[in-house]
Design a protein around this ligand. Structure first.
Ligand SMILES: [Zn+2]
Length: 320
């Protein structure tokens, strides 16, 4: 029996390699906790198998140093230590999300691990699995030219490919703040940071995605579902687009399985109620549910979830 609840990586969002690269060193403003690439001097041209057109990031394009005749295909590379050693080097493939700003809020963190599932002798913490999907999503968004803020950050975890993601408590809140145990204080801390940044990025397409793995349901298998605020047209549109995209991906990748994920209003949730950018709260499943656990234990499935969320985001961004 195929234990993959979701398909392997990149089925719905293929990744290309071997592009002709003009390498620019982009300094990642990690000290400030942002995921905003900062351009530095172009370094050198690297040879590669095949030239592929991939425009620079907005900032990279702004530079006068490039010879546009010679370099029809140029790709930026950014370095993001928060993604961990293996994934820190990110090739910006295109600018599909250029100008968009995303706040990614993985559920819980710090002293609060969220829901805990039991898997044999192992404990599976919601915050670790939500974090891994979320930071994978951060990487994909940056690959397409977006600006991303992680509201919760774990400086020594990065993207992890193991099945069992070790529970720790050293996550901090953006930009580098200890996370309080008190739930309201914790949610307020994240929301306040997002609202300050929202003001700073006034006029841009901005969206907040809160990602959790602790849905409650009577059903055995719980599908990914989405909440938005009753008054947020943009939040509802993004939630609906995401849900449709998940439906398409399931139909394509698992035609024998019906997707039952829903979109609904849930205005009372703290983050949905108090965040200024249009917000979608995503429940990826329940880490305590044995069948759901398969969706999260396999790294490729966590990547597929991130890729599908990206696809929905991109469709929404195009539609604005
Ligand atoms: Zn949660």
């Amino acid at each position: 029996m195929n234990t993959c609840v979701l398909p392997g990586k990149a089925m719905c969002n293929g990744m290309r390699r071997g592009q002709k690269i003009v390498l620019h060193t982009l300094l990642w403003a990690l000290a400030a906790g942002t995921m905003q690439p900062v351009m530095s001097k172009p370094k050198k041209e690297l040879s590669a198998k095949k030239a592929t057109v991939a425009p620079m990031t907005a900032r990279a394009t702004a530079t006068k140093r490039l010879d546009s005749k010679k370099v029809t295909a140029a790709t930026s590379v950014v370095h993001m230590p928060l993604l961990g050693e293996k994934y820190a080097r990110v090739v910006v493939k295109d600018r599909k999300l250029s100008g968009a700003v995303f706040y990614l809020a993985p559920g819980h963190g710090g002293p609060d691990p969220g829901a805990i599932g039991q898997y044999g002798a192992h404990k599976l913490a919601e915050d670790e699995y939500a974090y891994d999907v979320t930071i994978r999503l951060a990487r994909v968004l940056v690959e397409h030219g977006a600006q991303v803020y992680m509201t919760v950050q774990d400086k020594n975890d990065g993207i992890r490919d193991e099945k069992i993601l070790k529970l720790d408590h050293d996550e901090v809140a953006y930009p580098n703040l200890a996370i309080p145990l008190n739930q309201t204080a914790r949610l307020k801390q994240g929301t306040d940071a997002v609202n300050r940044l929202h003001k700073k990025h006034k006029g841009a397409y901005q969206r907040l995605l809160a990602i959790h793995v602790d849905s409650r349901s009577e059903r055995e298998m719980i599908d990914v579902f989405f909440y938005h605020h009753q008054d947020s047209v943009a939040g509802k549109r993004l939630a609906t687009t995401l849900q449709q995209r998940f439906g398409n991906c399931y139909r394509r990748c698992q035609p024998n399985r019906s997707y039952l994920g829903s979109v609904s209003e849930r205005s009372s949730l703290y983050v949905v109620k108090n965040s200024h950018p249009p917000t979608v709260f995503i429940e990826l499943g329940n880490i305590q549910n044995t069948k759901d656990q398969r969706r999260f234990l396999i790294a490729d499935n966590r990547q597929a979830l991130a890729n599908w969320i990206y696809e929905g985001i991109q469709a929404d961004y195009m539609r604005q």
